[in-house]
Design a protein around this ligand. Sequence first.
Ligand code: HEC
Length: 339
Amino acid sequence: MRTVIILLLLTLSAGAHSANGEPPAPSQKAERLAADLARELAQLCPPAQPGDQAAFERCRRGLYQDSLLKGSFVPYALWGRRAKDAATPLKETTLTQFAPDVLTGMYLPLFMFNGRYTVEYEARERMFLVRLETAFRNRLAPGQFPYPFWHDEAKWSTYQGANTLLLWIDPKTARIKVGQYTDRGATAPIVASERVQQAKFDGKWMWTDADGREQPQVTLFDGLFSADNPFLPKLDSTYKTLALRMRDGQCDRCHVPDNPHGMKRIVLLQTPAHAAGEIQRLMKAVREDKMPRDETDIEQPLDDQLKSALLESGAAFEAVVQNAKDWEARHRIARRSRQ
Ligand code: HEC
């Protein structure tokens, strides 16, 4: 009899807690995930010199291959700067939608970690907020960033001065829904680095460098896929055709990093790696005449010829992306079994 009463009291108080915005019951799962993520990040992406290319590549490969971090994101997670006023709700913050491949392959490896973190339940968002101490690799070559962050001075400044990385975990699913960075965290960056002044942005999200190499290199799967992956040249050529069709379809009027349309949840398509992360949604949106849109955000169907050209080039790119990934998976297994 006594046990029953105690259980009943426990149940009642648990109910009362969540009504008050206290953590819901499965909080342990989110807290354990936070601890495991902090450990993994410190192991794969430990503090290094902010221009250390080899350390960056190790971190990048580690996070992109089968990391816990990659497996913990929802299929389309949100990423961006934390609002200046920390009280701004996420739904009023401008963020970018990214597939886990894109986040772990190009954005998160730009940060370093020492394993120190805090985790707390944020009642307003109904999510756990993990704050990881960090520093940003601001001295890498320009082509190691997914696009010239310095197109916007404030953005580049926040990236360079970042001292905290925030991960928002949904307690119901124990998945990460949002990642953010800020230079307003409580602790100093874990690696000190002088600010870098980049050349003035010339309006090009992709460019050819002095050695004739296409940049940004990181957006061409360089370092993520093996150099001997036979699908690399086709990945490049099929993307170029798709990019031309997207230009005909005016997609680049809205889906570029300077966000000319002021979307709260922008989708980026301006490089091979960005488009690869979105190709399935892209095909669906075009097939169903949801894209493109006009100035007032009304769907504006393409003419039949352009629509089928866009779908054809999209399908070719999609197939090569899949082939390239399958090849990597097979060869990783083969390499492992040889070791
Ligand atoms: C005038 C601006 C504009 C143009 C031009 C435009 N889009 Fe969009 N796009 C948007 C907006 C706004 C959203 C967010 C839609 C939403 O969530 O309701 C979006 C969302 C998307 C998404 C994500 C869809 C999803 O499943 O959530 C894809 C993919 C996309 N657009 C592809 C394209 C392609 C391809 C083109 C060119 C054929 C294009 N867009 C042209 C404004 C635009």
